[in-house]
Design a protein around this ligand. Structure first.
Ligand SMILES: Cc1ncc(COP(=O)(O)O)c(C=O)c1O
Length: 416
C-alpha cells in the first residue's frame, strides 16, 4: 500500500510564523501544531460547512473534531445562524440589562436535564466547572475537592501549574476514572472536609483510551458524596446534548447535584451553564459572586434554544447514535482485519482510535502513521483527542472515511 503524499500547507505555515511573533505560541492550547502531528496538519482554516472544512491552502477535510465539541448539528447550521441574525437585526443582544431568553432556556433545561432546577449561564466550560465548585464550597462551608477528568484551564484544576500559587490547588485531589477504590480512600481521609466531588460521567481523558462507567462506579461516587455531605458535580461539558439530551446522567441513570454543561448546547455559540438542585444553587444568591459583562448576552441563548428545538424535532441524537454505532462496528471490523494493534473505545457519539502500548514503542510510530495518512487523505482526526460525530456527517462521509481507514491500516500492516 503506497504512502499518501504530504499536503501543501504552506499558507498555514506562513500564517503560523506571523502568529508566533504576535501571539505567544502562535495559537492557543490544543490547536498548536505539536498537539497534532507537526508539519502534517493545517494550522489555519478558511471555512466550514456541515461536517466539512477547508483550510487556508484549499485542502478539504471531513472533520471529526467538531470544533473540539461544540458542533453537534454541523458547521454553519442555517436555522441556528438565521435565528441569531434575526435577534441581532431586530432586537440586539448586548444590553445594559438582561433579556428574557435566559428564563426560557433555564426553564427548558429543567425539562431535559435530570439534575436541573436552577441555572446560571456563563460562557466557557471552565467558567461553569469553576462556578460549580465555588457554589459547592459556599453551600457546604467546606474546602476540599475531589476531581476526575479535565475541567478547564482555571487555577484549581489545570495540570500545568505555571503561574499558579500552590494554595489555589492544594485542596484539590485527583482520582482516576473507574477507580472507586481511589475515591473511597481519599474520602476516608478527607471526606469530612470535602465540598465537592467533580467528575466526568464518561471517561474521556486526552491521550488515553475512553472508558464507560464500570458497574457501580457512578453509583458508588453518588453514595460517597451523600455519606460525607459533599456536592456531586458532573462535568458534562462534552457529554451533554451528545449522549442524551439529559446528558450522561440520563443515559447512566445517576443524578448529580450540580451539572456543568457547555460545548454542544449552542452549536458553536459561546455558552455554558451550571445547573442543579435548588438548595445547592441558592448558595449563589447571596454567599458568592458570579458575574461577567458578556454572561447575559442573548445571542447564545437564542442559538441554544434553536439548537435544542432542532435536536428534539429531528431526533438528532438517535440519528447520531445509529450512525455512530454502525460506524464503530465497521471500524472495529477493519481493526480486526488488519490486526496492527489499533483499539477503538468510547460510545457512538464520541469514540477514539488508539494503539496498544508495546515495549519497543512501535505503537507511537503506528499512531503517527495512522493519523498522518488520514489527514493527508482529507480526514480530520487527531492522535490525542477522541472524535465526535455530528448530525451533518452523511453516510457517504462515513463510507469514504472507512475506505481511507482500510487503506491506512493496510499501509501500517505493510510497514511494521
Ligand atoms: C470535560 C471538560 N470540562 C471542561 C472543559 C473546559 O471547557 P472550555 O474549554 O470551554 O473552558 C472542557 C474543554 O475541553 C472539557 O472537555
Amino acid at each position: 500500500m503506497k504512502e499518501t503524499p504530504k499536503l501543501n500547507i504552506t499558507k498555514s505555515q506562513a500564517l503560523f510564523e506571523e502568529a508566533s511573533a504576535l501571539i505567544p505560541g502562535g495559537v492557543l492550547g490544543a490547536r498548536k501544531p505539536g498537539d497534532f502531528i507537526d508539519g502534517e496538519y493545517p494550522i489555519f482554516l478558511e471555512s466550514g460547512k456541515g461536517a466539512h472544512l477547508i483550510d487556508v491552502d484549499g485542502n478539504k477535510f471531513i472533520d471529526f473534531l467538531c470544533g473540539y465539541g461544540p458542533i453537534i448539528l454541523g458547521y454553519r447550521e442555517k436555522e441556528v445562524d438565521d435565528a441569531v441574525y434575526k435577534q441581532i437585526n431586530e432586537k440586539g443582544f448586548c444590553f445594559t440589562l438582561t433579556q428574557k431568553y435566559q428564563n426560557i432556556l433555564a426553564k427548558k433545561l429543567t425539562q431535559i436535564i435530570p439534575s436541573s432546577e436552577m441555572s446560571i449561564f456563563l460562557k466557557t466550560g471552565s467558567d461553569a466547572t469553576t462556578a460549580a465548585v465555588r457554589i459547592a464550597r459556599a453551600h457546604t462551608g467546606k474546602l476540599k475537592v475531589m476531581r476526575c477528568g479535565y475541567h478547564g484551564w482555571h487555577d484549581w484544576c489545570i495540570e500545568m501549574k505555571g503561574g499558579i500559587p500552590k494554595k489555589f490547588f492544594e485542596d484539590v485531589y485527583e482520582f482516576q476514572y473507574n477507580r472507586l477504590d481511589q475515591l473511597e480512600e481519599l474520602m476516608k481521609t478527607h471526606g469530612d472536609d470535602t465540598a465537592a466531588i467533580i467528575m466526568t460521567p464518561l471517561g474521556h481523558p486526552n491521550h488515553q483510551k475512553m472508558q464507560t462507567p464500570a458497574p457501580g462506579f457512578l453509583e458508588g461516587a453518588r453514595k460517597l458524596a451523600d455519606k460525607y455531605g459533599a456536592v456531586l458535580i458532573y462535568d458534562e461539558i462534552r457529554t451533554c446534548f451528545r449522549l442524551r439530551m439529559g446528558g450522561a446522567q440520563e443515559l447512566y441513570n445517576v443524578t448529580p447535584d450540580l451539572t456543568a454543561l457547555g460545548k454542544a448546547m449552542a452549536n458553536g455559540y459561546p455558552l455554558s451553564v451550571v445547573t442543579g438542585k435548588k438548595d445547592v444553587m441558592m448558595a449563589a444568591e447571596s454567599k458568592l459572586f458570579i458575574s461577567s459583562t458578556f454572561f447575559p448576552n442573548s445571542e447564545a441563548f437564542i442559538a441554544a434554544l434553536k439548537t435544542i428545538e432542532i435536536l428534539e424535532r429531528e431526533n438528532v441524537l438517535d440519528d447520531i447514535w445509529k450512525k455512530g454505532e454502525w460506524f464503530m462496528e465497521k471500524i472495529q471490523a477493519l481493526i480486526d482485519k488488519h490486526d496492527v494493534g489499533a483499539e477503538l473505545t468510547g460510545v457512538a457519539p464520541m469514540f477514539y482510535i488508539t494503539f496498544k502500548k508495546d515495549e519497543t514503542g512501535a505503537y507511537k510510530g503506528k499512531r503517527k502513521d495512522f493519523y498522518t495518512q488520514l489527514i493527508r487523505k482529507g480526514f480530520f482526526f487527531t492522535p490525542f483527542h477522541h472524535a465526535y460525530i455530528s448530525y451533518r456527517h452523511s453516510k457517504e462521509d462515513l463510507y469514504l472515511t472507512l475506505t481511507a481507514m482500510d487503506e491506512t491500516l493496510a499501509f501500517i500492516k505493510d510497514k511494521y
